[in-house]
Design a protein around this ligand. Structure first.
Ligand code: ASP
Ligand code: MG
Length: 439
């Protein structure tokens, strides 16, 4: 059974939703369809939650009211038969009754998580009713019955496999299942979620759990590009990526795929195909365990990076120095991305600076500290890229006029990373495009 995920924009307008209904029946294979909330909904729900936390009930009420209007006109446009419009209105009004009920409630984190789940709960109900109207046999199943995260917020694929196999077995003969992305239950049995953008993650977790032949992530772009099309003029969709290359790219800013969504696919060896709803017959990008050697696949950038330099003569010939420094970052649960060292200094980067002040305070005992914020990591990705002839010459030629703050080469076979001030990001991406891809 395949897993197909459609994002918010793919279901965000009635005609788009009708379009994906046609798309999923073109392929006769059995499938689980994972949907995001209608575009904009989760942002609005986050906004409503923030207002409720701040006890701005009028504002929250207004946002709920406007969202309700949006859903009513969506329903009106989507269905052609009154019978289905009425069923949809009844179903959706239940969700809005719940949301309106929050205004008088003592709002807390648990209720906020329930609020955030409303988007996917509504989009899947609306879509499955539309399939009913079109007389396309399908079954709506609740992700809350089989998606689970433990105390560390880690999903449990075995649990999903167990529960979902049971559900599929009870519904033998059904070819289309519809379920929610993003939402799950936590170890306390409460409604929770896989973080923003988590529907991709749901799709690959399901794909891994049921050993799907393929997970398809449908968006409105034609796959992962070799460079950022918003900044660089000439880019192209990459046909094939290995799991390792894709996870580097997903982490380093290629917004098309949630970074966590690669590992379940890689661990269970389920190919992931990125497809475009506007060009359904195009190849898209296939992410699999096939590694093409010595080919540069892409360049990507990650903003909002902070570089920290610790300089100390005590580091000279000393051992245990790095461990002590890393321990501080570990104590504050702050991951380090890049590092580079000299005999008396170490530079490293973090993207989560929420504990920076406390970290700095402790680092001061080890030497002089220099912090540079607004940095960008540019990474060049490709299998065995470091063995590629002339790669360094090309990179250095591209960087001729850009001051490089750090460079990391040889850390993995897949990646060369360069740290630059954010103001040089666009120039760097364009120059690398010219020198590396010759376009
Ligand atoms: N609706 C959720 C969000 O906007 C999950 C998703 O779309 O992937 O973050
Ligand atoms: Mg997304």
């Amino acid at each position: 059974m395949k897993t197909l995920k459609f994002g918010g924009t793919s279901v965000g307008k009635p005609e788009r939703m009708q379009h994906i209904a046609r798309l999923i029946i073109q392929d006769p294979d059995p499938k689980i369809v994972v949907l995001s909330a209608l575009s904009g909904t989760t942002n609005t729900l986050v906004d409503i939650g923030e207002n409720l936390f701040e006890e701005k009930v009028d504002k929250a009420g207004q946002l709920i009211h406007d969202l309700h209007d949006h859903y009513m006109s969506f329903i009106d446009d989507l269905y052609s038969q009154d019978k289905f419009k009425e069923s949809a209105i009844i179903a959706i009004n239940e969700h809005f009754d719940f949301m309106n009920g929050l205004i008088a409630a003592f709002f807390n984190k648990r209720l906020n998580n329930e609020l955030l789940a409303q988007g996917e709960l509504m989009s899947t109900k609306i879509f499955s009713l539309y399939l009913d109207e079109q007389e396309i046999p399908s079954k709506l199943i609740s992700a809350l019955d089989f998606m689970y995260i433990d105390e560390d917020k880690e999903p449990d694929i075995e649990f999903t496999n167990d529960k979902l196999s049971g559900i599929l077995y009870q519904n033998k003969g059904i070819g289309i299942f519809v379920t929610q992305g993003y939402i799950c239950r936590n170890h306390e049995g409460e409604i929770d979620n896989l973080q923003r953008g988590g529907s991709d993650y749901t799709a690959t977790l399901i794909g891994a759990a049921i050993n799907a032949p393929e997970v398809q992530i449908w968006t409105d772009i034609d796959g992962m590009h070799n460079n950022d099309p918003r900044i660089v003029e000439k880019t192209y969709a990459i046909s094939n990526l290995s799991f390792n290359e894709a996870s580097e790219l997903a982490y380093f800013g290629a917004k098309i795929l949630h970074p966590s969504s690669i590992w379940p696919a890689q661990k269970y060896n389920v190919p992931v195909r990125l497809k475009n709803t506007m060009e359904p017959d195009a190849y898209g990008t296939l992410i699999s365990d096939i590694e093409e050697e010595k080919k540069i696949k892409a360049v990507a950038a990650k903003d909002g990076i902070t570089a920290i330099k610790i300089k100390s003569s005590r580091m000279l010939m000393a051992y245990g120095f790095l461990r002590k420094i890393f321990q501080i970052f570990e104590n504050y649960r702050t991951p380090i991305d890049m590092i580079s060292t000299s005999e008396v200094a170490v530079s490293l980067t973090i993207d989560d600076d929420s504990n920076l002040k406390s970290i700095m305070k402790e680092l001061k005992d080890f030497g002089d500290i220099v912090v540079d914020d607004h940095q960008t990591i540019i990474c060049i990705v490709g299998n065995k890229i470091v063995e590629k002839e002339e790669i360094l010459q090309k990179v250095f030629r591209a960087m001729e006029n850009v001051p490089v703050r750090m460079i990391s080469y040889g850390g993995s076979r897949y990646n060369i990373s360069i740290l630059v001030d954010n103001k040089f990001k666009n120039e760097t991406l364009r120059e690398l495009n010219k020198h590396i891809f010759n376009i």
